[in-house]
Every structure is written in structure tokens, then in C-alpha cells.
Design a protein around this ligand. Structure first.
Ligand code: SF4
Ligand code: SF4
Length: 377
């Protein structure tokens, strides 16, 4: 028998709106049971890039906040800074973006703590002994929280095919330098034209692999560099370009290892809720949101991050395609996210299973569906 995943659809009536359903599903799946009095509880969300309006709406997040508070926990909303520039690259911009997107305390009922600090330097090295990483850089506020509720928006992603709980945990909880190492092993290079000789990269490099050319601009001694990504993440003038060159299998495995680094120390203290709504072809990191590829399908909750993603993927693949979406011309595409991005959507789940983070086998219990309302009321 597989891991238990609870599901409800998006149908509502006067007795139970979507917020009620979110709350009841979370309770049923045991999401609240992981919380003890005075636990600091990280609610991992994505605040959405400016211009994107498909991210999960703040009132839904408030339901989770209230649930945590009722159990005596102390919730905070969190995400890590991005590797790329944009509006979530440091804590100030990130919080401003979150506010503009509606995540004010008055709306969600909890403070925002950017998980890796002002500039992404606050992380814990967590040993994972994976295929690619011996240790991973997990953002401090998430690592040191007593419990974790990962709230994930299921949607497409250009590198992973789709993003759900594992992507939210792995790429979403890694520090910017960690994100660089997930993207690429390549040794970075300094663009001498852009370098302003500030020396930040020299201070950050853990192995003294960076020196100055004639006591001024920086250069990287390739033979010493361990590819940790710190200089890329911290260069203030973007003189050390982000290396996006990546192998799709490798990035998925690396991201699963980061996800494992997030949850391995939180056995019995982490839980997952996925929303299959606004299933846009692209991630909430982009500043637009195209037409969803399938109708809004529902909400899933589980204590297994692999199972919940597998169940989410299966539900999307069984759903009809939205007319006029990017999938419009695919009559029967099977794996819909693969049809959009031409990526192997299940490799991250395979690797998550290999790491013993969870199981791709699951047992789906459906509650409060329109067709079986009588059974479960
Ligand atoms: S951090 Fe960037 S700008 Fe500063 S010395 Fe290093 S490469 Fe040059
Ligand atoms: S990637 Fe890491 S080890 Fe290599 S030069 Fe940059 S900071 Fe140093």
C-alpha cells in the first residue's frame, strides 16, 4: 500500500467554501498534528513575481496560518531569495514584492521571514550524501524551524516540466549559491569589463580561489574552484554570470537532494499541501501567467512529498486540456507538462524515492467531491 494522499475538488456550496475545504483537508491529512505548542513553523510559500497573478492567493495561506496558531505554533511565511536579479533577489525587494502581491500581515496573519537573510548568505550546510551532493545549503529560517508546512502551487516549469512540492522544497529552500550549484557544476568566470574590483567575491570564496589581476579586478583560479556558486550569488555588478547550462536529469536529481536536505531533519515535522489551480505552463517566478493548461482540479494534502507530487501529476494528466491554452493543438498529450516543456517530469520523483524521501505509490482518498457529497457529508 502506498502513502496516503487526501484530495478534494474545487466544487463548493453554502456549507463549505474553498477555504473551509482547504482547512478540513489539511486537518484530515494530519498536517496540524505535526505541530506542537510554541513550535516555530515555517510555511513555505511562493510570493509570486511581480506581474504574475497565478500564485496561490493570500487568503488560502491564511487558512494554514490559522491552523498552526490553533495548535499553539508560531507560524511565519517564508521563501528563499532568487539567484537571478529581479524583484525577489534580496530580502528587501522580496518582502516588498510579497506585500505588493497581497501578503500583508493583516491579510495572512503571520510575519514574513526571508529564509536566507538579507542577501542570501544565511544557510545551514546539511549532510545528504547524495549522488551529486555530500551536503546542501538550506536556507537558515527553514532549516532551524521546528516544523514545516510546504504549500505548493502545481504548474509548469521550463526546467523540471512541472513544479510541485519537491521543486518548492529543493530549489525553493536552497540559498542562491545552492541554487547555482543545482543549475550547473561549471566553473564560473569573471567578466573583466563588468568587474568593479569590490572584492566581495574574494571574501565569499570558501577556498581562496579568487585573486586580483594586478591588485584590482577579480579572476578565478580554475584549479582551486570547487564550484560552490557563492561568488555568482554575491557579485553586486553581475560580473560573474549565472551559469544556466544544465542537464535536465542532473538538475532534477540535485533538486531532489536539496529537498531531502530540507525534510530529512524534520521527520514527523513536515507536511505538504498542493493546489492544482491556475495550472499555468510556466512557474510563478515569471512576470506573466498564460492561460492554465487544464481546469482547476483541486487540493491535495499528505505527509509524503513524493506521493503528493505523483498524485498531482496523475490528476493533471487525466484532465481535459483547456481550449486556447498552449496545449490547444495537442489532442491527447498524455504527459501534459512534458508536452509543454519537453522535459522528463518524473525523474525528480524517481530520485526522491531513491533517497527514501517518500513513495511514488499512493492511495488517494477523495473527500467532498460533488459526485460523492452524500457519502462524506
Ligand atoms: S564581486 Fe564581482 S565586481 Fe566585485 S570583485 Fe568580484 S567579480 Fe568583481
Ligand atoms: S564558485 Fe565558489 S569556489 Fe569557485 S571561485 Fe566562486 S566562490 Fe570560489
Amino acid at each position: 500500500m502506498g502513502s496516503k494522499v487526501y484530495f478534494t475538488d474545487m466544487t463548493t456550496d453554502s456549507r463549505r467554501n474553498l477555504l473551509d475545504k482547504t482547512r478540513q483537508l489539511a486537518e484530515k491529512a494530519g498536517l496540524a498534528d505535526i505541530i506542537k505548542k510554541r513550535d516555530l513553523v515555517a510555511i513555505k510559500v511562493h510570493f509570486g513575481e511581480l506581474g504574475n497573478i497565478a500564485y496561490l492567493p493570500p487568503p488560502i495561506i491564511r487558512v494554514i496560518v490559522e491552523m498552526v496558531k490553533e495548535r499553539g505554533g508560531k507560524p511565519f511565511l517564508t521563501d528563499a531569495n532568487t539567484l537571478y536579479g529581479g524583484k525577489r533577489h534580496n530580502a528587501v525587494d522580496h518582502i516588498e514584492t510579497a506585500m505588493k502581491n497581497g501578503f500583508a500581515y493583516e491579510t495572512v496573519g503571520a510575519p514574513i521571514v526571508i529564509a536566507d537573510g538579507l542577501r542570501g548568505a544565511d544557510f545551514a550546510n546539511v549532510t545528504v550524501e547524495g549522488k551529486h551532493f555530500k551536503s546542501v545549503k538550506i536556507s537558515s529560517a527553514i532549516h532551524y524551524a521546528d516544523a514545516l508546512v510546504a504549500v505548493s502551487h502545481v504548474k509548469g516549469h521550463e526546467l523540471f516540466g512541472f513544479g510541485g512540492a519537491l521543486k518548492n522544497l529543493g530549489m525553493g529552500c536552497g540559498s542562491p549559491a545552492g541554487k547555482q550549484t543545482m543549475h550547473s557544476d561549471l566553473i564560473p568566470k569573471v567578466d573583466q569589463e563588468k568587474c568593479i574590483a569590490c572584492g566581495v567575491c574574494i571574501e565569499r570564496c570558501p577556498v581562496n580561489a579568487i585573486d586580483r589581476v594586478e591588485k584590482k579586478k577579480a579572476f578565478i583560479k580554475e584549479e582551486l574552484c570547487i564550484g560552490c556558486g557563492e561568488c555568482v550569488a554575491f557579485c553586486p555588478s553581475r560580473a560573474i554570470p549565472i551559469n544556466w547550462k544544465t542537464d535536465e536529469t542532473v538538475i532534477q536529481e540535485k533538486t531532489a537532494e536539496y529537498a531531502w536536505g530540507v525534510v530529512k531533519k524534520k521527520k514527523g515535522k513536515s507536511s505538504f499541501i498542493n493546489f492544482i489551480m491556475n495550472v499555468t505552463p510556466d512557474c510563478d517566478c515569471v512576470s506573466w501567467n498564460d492561460l492554465p493548461i487544464v481546469p482547476d482540479l483541486g487540493i491535495l494534502a499528505s505527509l509524503d512529498p513524493v506521493a503528493i507530487d505523483q498524485a498531482s501529476l496523475d490528476l493533471v494528466n487525466k484532465a481535459p486540456i483547456t481550449v486556447n491554452s498552449v496545449l490547444g493543438e495537442h489532442k491527447d498529450s498524455g504527459d501534459k507538462f512534458r508536452a509543454v516543456h519537453n522535459k522528463n517530469t518524473s525523474h525528480i520523483l524517481d530520485h526522491g524515492e531513491c533517497l527514501k524521501m517518500g513513495s511514488r505509490n499512493y492511495e488517494l482518498e477523495s473527500l467532498w467531491l460533488r459526485q460523492n457529497k452524500k457519502e462524506h457529508n
